[in-house]
Design a protein around this ligand. Structure first.
Ligand code: BGC
Length: 735
């Protein structure tokens, strides 16, 4: 095979090179001597490989593939190993289909519950999103298939996604919107990154040099190629200069001509073009495969994995009086058309032509009665259908009520206008609860939903979009075949109005201002102590877990957190132990707590396990935008260990000393109180040697005046009668 280096690239004709920086069509890179086109396909939760003979972009016209749960559900597993396995299976499928690249995962942060693509993304929390995606990417790429991590970056709404500008302050950008990409790039080395449609602070992402080159390559060391989202390129030449390598899809001869012309006219340097060509060819060499007929692979095994994954991710939100699991011998009425026509995947480019869908109706235990009750396509409740549902509800020991959003409400390319369930579903549920209070609501939805009936319903199960094994997994959990262990990867507000983006999201066609800054999801609800329906990290089990013996130890470079989790119930179960950090050291606004690590433990009844996690310095850091660096400040932190963000079981105060001094450099503007508290030995020495210590001491010990004195800058000391020479000597000694 040919050696891919600059010499080889320079040996290609200008036209060949210009061909290569645009897709040959929707799914292929261009062919040049020595290299076949490389094929790519969506997507995150199953292959959407376009039939090579069909050139339409009809998302439902792809080859059959196993539809795995959507990322909203897989993230609820909080299980890195599970995500790795998902990647592994996708890699096997992609290999069998001769794909070079898989277009996924999508890792954008769920900032607003109305964002149309939330179902395709992992979380409102960047650590969780980053961890899940890193494992997934490793799983795919270890099978010899590259990925394209998308959508880079701040693509947090669908309406006007081609043009609107996400206006984000630097700190929030780094901490919330980029840090998951950073982790994936550094730890999993993805083959490609897909740049998003939108603008970031006014600059189109496909032409954003700071994003695509300065941050992605120079800071994080990304060494793959950057492709555009489909149609995200407005000015091809400007995009290549900024660091975009591949325009997707190609515009045919126009794409080639514009590059050739730009080089001839000196608007694009050949070396810049060659740089992109080299990156693309290296990737084609590494990941590309010869186009061929699909090879067989074990789809039944993949279906079983899809089921297992949903089993381990479904979230038991509420379970009063241990209504679940259902007991043998209980008669069950199943209500809701979603049991028969389930939502198990989202719409748009992630849509999979599912191999073998098992509906909840088909998987229901024998003897289960069914009535559709409401229709997914009608606003109004049909009284005759409703009456049939109420009839079976009355006669049953338990009612399982399926509720959720219809597909039209949840698809790529458009944002939602509400997070309420269709009125007919809520109305029927209210009537059902009246005739039989033993109701279990099973939710099928891609993102958060309001539950005005939550208090009246004793049990709620969140299955999100569970993939093609939806029916099997749902009943696995309902019957107790599987003990649920999923945890919410996003907060469920009581009302949409409680969310910080309420009233501003999507209003301005041109701009989306990220006014809430770093206070996204639980960071916001916690700061304002707003009650939520179900908090981030929440999820129940059919057994109980206790937490004990929290120990926190600082090492030379990181911090060890150790604790014990015990299964104190009667059956085996898995628990996601979550470690949050509260920063009381830094002098910047901080969320009350932030998720910094987690571990999923699998325990038999009575069994306990010691969990030992290592928090790097970064777990204590915030992004100091002025200094353009991450800063972990020395001082007081709390380590909180819990079963959810609002069910903290163990807390320990801890003093970080391996960071930096939060007081920073002392200047004439520094406050006397800070100088007095500064533990830096150099400062202490200068205080004593200059004589300033003796001057400040009485001020700091005077109970009446200490607060006022502490709040005066060094430069005002002379005004309080202090000899200026003492102040000057102190400053000199600090130099
Ligand atoms: C989506 C991408 C997808 C691409 C190709 C775009 O509309 O935003 O996520 O990978 O289409 O289908």
């Amino acid at each position: 095979m040919v050696e891919v280096n600059l010499d080889f690239v320079e040996g290609l004709t200008l036209k060949e090179r210009a061909d290569l920086v645009s897709g040959k069509d929707f799914w292929f890179t261009a062919k040049v001597p020595g290299f076949d086109p490389m094929m790519m396909s969506d997507g995150p939760s199953g292959l959407r490989k376009q039939d090579v003979d069909s050139d339409t972009n009809d998302v439902n016209q792809s080859v059959k593939a196993v539809c795995f749960p959507s990322s909203a559900l897989t993230a609820s597993s909080f299980d890195d190993q599970m995500l790795y396995q998902l990647g592994h299976h996708l890699g096997i499928a992609a290999n069998a289909e001769h794909l070079g690249l898989l277009l996924g995962p999508g890792v954008n942060i769920k900032r607003s519950p109305l964002a149309g693509r939330n179902f395709e993304y992992f979380s409102e929390d960047p650590l969780l999103a980053g961890r899940m995606a890193t494992a997934y990417v490793k799983g795919v790429q270890e099978q010899g298939v590259g990925v394209s991590v998308k959508h880079f970056a701040t693509n947090n709404r669908e309406n006007q996604r081609f043009t609107s500008s996400s206006n984000v302050d630097e700190r929030s950008l780094r901490e919330i919107y980029l840090s998951q990409f950073e982790r994936i790039v550094k730890e999993a080395h993805p083959a490609t990154i897909m740049c998003s449609y939108n603008r970031l602070n006014g600059t189109l992402n496909s032409q954003n040099q700071r994003l695509l080159t300065d941050i992605l390559r120079n800071e994080w060391g990304f060494d793959g190629f950057v492709m555009s989202d489909w149609g995200a390129v407005a000015d091809h030449v400007a995009a290549i200069k900024a660091g975009l390598d591949l325009e997707m899809p190609g515009k045919g001869p126009q794409s080639t001509d514009e590059i050739v012309q730009a080089v001839k006219e000196g608007r694009l340097q050949e070396s810049t073009l060659n740089r992109s060509v080299l990156r693309i060819l290296r990737s084609v060499k590494k990941w590309g495969k010869k186009v061929n007929k699909s090879e067989p692979y074990d789809k039944d095994e993949q279906h079983d994995f899809a089921r297992q994954m949903a089993d381990d991710s479904i979230v038991l939100l509420k379970n009063e009086d241990q209504l679940l699991p259902l007991q043998k011998g209980q008669s069950v009425a199943m209500i809701g058309q979603l049991a028969e026509k389930p939502r198990f995947e989202g719409g748009g480019s992630s849509h999979v032509n599912a191999y073998h869908v098992v509906t909840p109706l088909a998987a229901a235990p024998t003897g289960t009665k069914y009535a559709a009750g409401y229709s997914l396509t009608k606003e109004e409740l049909d009284q005759k259908e409703a009456a049939k549902a109420l009839q079976i509800a009355k006669q049953a020991d338990r009612v399982v009520y399926f509720a959720g959003f219809p597909e039209s409400m949840e698809t790529e390319g458009v944002d939602k206008t509400t997070i309420s369930l269709p009125a007919a579903q809520n109305a029927l549920l209210k009537q059902v609860v009246k005739v039989n209070p033993h109701v279990i609501v099973v939710l099928e939805n891609g993102s958060v939903v309001e539950m005005p009936w939550a208090e009246e319903v004793p049990a709620i199960v969140e299955t999100y979009l569970a993939g093609e094994a939806v029916g099997e997994s749902t009943w696995d959990v309902l019957t107790g075949k599987v003990n649920p262990s999923g945890k919410l990867s996003e907060s469920f507000p009581i009302r949409l109005q409680d969310n910080p983006t309420y009233g501003t999201f999507g209003v301005d066609h041109d701009n989306e201002d990220y006014r809430e800054g770093i206070f996204v999801g639980y960071r916001y609800y916690d700061l304002h102590q707003i009650p939520v329906r179900f908090p981030f990290g929440h999820g129940l089990s059919y057994t109980n877990f206790t937490y004990s013996n929290l120990n926190v130890t600082e090492n030379s470079d990181d911090v060890t957190v150790q604790f014990e989790v015990q299964n104190t119930g009667e059956i085996a179960g898995k628990e996601v132990a979550q470690v949050y950090v509260a920063n009381h050291a830094s002098r910047v606004v901080m969320p009350p707590k932030e998720l910094r690590d987690f571990a999923k433990v699998n325990l038999k009844p009575g069994q306990s396990e010691e969990v030992k996690l290592t928090l790097p310095r970064r777990a204590f850091a915030y992004y100091n935008a002025q200094q353009e660096q991450w800063e972990a400040d020395n001082g007081r932190y709390e380590i909180m260990v819990g079963s959810s963000s609002r069910d903290i079981r163990l807390t320990k105060d801890f003093n970080l000393t391996i960071g930096v001094n939060p007081i920073g450099k002392i200047t004439d503007d520094s406050y006397i109180g800070d100088v007095w508290k500064d533990q830096d030995p150099k400062v202490q020495k200068a205080l004593h040697e200059s004589g300033l210590y003796q001057v400040i001491k009485p001020m700091m010990e005077d109970k009446k005046w200490v607060v006022i004195s502490a709040n005066m800058p060094l430069r005002s000391l002379t005004a309080s009668g202090v000899d200026e020479k003492v102040h000057q000597k102190f400053m000199k000694l600090l130099k």
